[in-house]
Write a protein that binds this ligand. Structure first.
Ligand SMILES: C[S@@+](CC[C@H](N)C(=O)[O-])C[C@H]1O[C@@H](n2cnc3c(N)ncnc32)[C@H](O)[C@@H]1O
Length: 266
């Protein structure tokens, strides 16, 4: 899932891309965000896409900075929420080797050139299902830049796909032939080899796109290496209907999940 993919999908984002905010019926993510929100606090939404989290963030933070690799997504977000005057938008590639020293930040009416060294770090950050790239190098850079945006002692809410959940769903599908899983053709040739290589690194397809999924222990380690203290890692559960077209009636708990991490910057 690289820049071209996100730019192309932007116009149909609403129907194509899983809506974490809507599907987290437990409200755990919103609750985690509200635990550190405040009118004097700033927050950066990393990988904001079309701005689904703006109605959660803008009313409870003093300043919201929304960043994404996709210009198209940012344009849609800015158009959607003209009522929030405390949001700024910026195109940033979180997997770039080096963040550009000169950038442009969009306010409600202007596009202002800014020297990055003049931008203060944020009190807090959210990053909801944005670290998805199959490239290890790009993920490493993403974690590094994410840490660099947050003040010492600042808060982070990170949500990522769970590898445990993905494997669990596959096991259930195969054992009980959910959605005719037994009829799925096994890949062969080059595709089979690349799938084996990928799965060993936690990369498995979502809608035919190789997507990084994380283990709980892996996340704990990655975040502490990136300069965070992990407070908690929790499941965000979703209905089985988000995974299967026809989930069996008896299939209840555990439901599929993403991992949510609450952490603070060391
Ligand atoms: C699945 S969407 C999640 C959007 C949003 N956080 C939400 O919960 O609705 C992932 C977003 O991450 C962005 N993204 C992916 N790689 C990125 C990168 N290297 N730098 C900045 N944004 C990136 C994509 O453009 C996309 O908008």
């Amino acid at each position: 899932m690289e820049k071209g993919y996100w730019e192309k999908i932007a116009p149909s984002y609403e129907t194509e891309i899983f809506d974490v905010l809507k599907n987290d019926t437990s409200g755990k993510i919103v609750k985690a965000i509200l635990s550190f929100a405040g009118p004097k606090k700033s927050v950066i939404d990393i990988g904001c896409a079309v701005g689904k989290w703006m109605p959660v963030l803008a009313p409870v933070f003093g300043k919201v900075h929304a960043i994404d690799i996709s210009n198209n997504n940012l344009k849609i977000a800015a158009k959607k929420y003209p009522q929030y005057t405390n949001i700024t938008y910026e195109r940033v590639d979180m997997s770039a080797s080096r963040l550009l020293p000169h950038t442009r930040i969009a306010t409600k009416n202007n596009l202002v050139p800014v020297n990055r060294s003049k931008i203060k770090n944020y009190d807090s950050a959210i990053c909801i299902n944005a670290i998805l790239t199959s490239s290890l190098k790009k993920r490493n850079l993403f974690f590094k830049h994410m840490a660099s945006f947050i003040k010492k002692g600042g808060d982070l809410v990170l949500v990522v796909p769970s590898l445990e959940s993905k494997l669990f769903s596959h096991i259930i599908a195969n054992k009980f032939n959910v959605d005719n899983a037994k009829k799925d053709k096994a890949p062969n040739g080059k595709r089979a080899i690349s799938q084996i290589r990928f799965i060993k690194d936690g990369v498995t397809d979502i809608d035919d796109v190789p997507t990084k999924h994380f283990l709980k222990e892996e996340l704990d380690l990655l975040l502490s290496l990136a300069g965070f203290t992990v407070e908690k890692i929790e499941k965000i559960n979703y209905k089985w209907s988000t995974e299967f077209h026809k989930p069996p009636n008896w299939l209840k708990n555990p439901e599929p999940w993403d991992w949510m991490v609450k952490a603070t910057k060391k």
